[in-house]
Design a binder for this molecule. Structure first.
Ligand SMILES: [Zn+2]
Length: 136
């Protein structure tokens, strides 16, 4: 093994302020990071999935839904996040030609799914458009 890059990072296991699910579309990466910080969330587990909550509401494979839930539950077990934030965005490649309202509706459906699966976990639902982030 040959070291190519040096950095120092904390070795302690952390407690997360939140778990965040979003698409990996880089156009919304910085706005989401800034928004989350503004919501008082400094440390979070970020689950990035192409299409975000589509993997919960209408997954390509049924196993995708279980996989996403297992990622959230792993976050809960390891880092005890105090809330789950769900983001979807306009013009998502996983939703070709789908109107913004229908994508936003999937966030609400995903929130209902997580509320049933993890009733003690507070939920927040958001839709990212090109002019801002909207609460659902
Ligand atoms: Zn997307």
């Amino acid at each position: 093994m040959r070291k190519l890059y040096h950095f120092d990072c904390p070795q302690e296991v952390y407690q997360a302020d939140a778990c965040v699910i979003s698409c990996y579309d880089v156009r919304f990466d910085l706005p989401i990071r800034k928004f989350v910080k503004r919501r008082g969330i400094a440390v979070y587990d970020h689950v990035k999935i192409p299409g975000s909550v589509k993997a919960i509401v209408s997954p390509d494979r049924e196993s995708d839904r279980d996989f996403v839930l297992s990622m959230v539950r792993t976050s809960l077990r390891l880092h005890q996040p105090g809330r789950l934030l769900l983001f979807a965005h306009n013009d998502c490649g996983a939703y070709p030609g789908v109107p913004a309202g229908a994508i936003a509706a999937d966030v609400v459906k995903a929130a209902e799914y997580f509320a049933a699966a993890e009733p003690a976990l507070p939920l927040e639902s958001y839709f990212c458009d090109f002019d801002g982030i909207y609460e659902l």
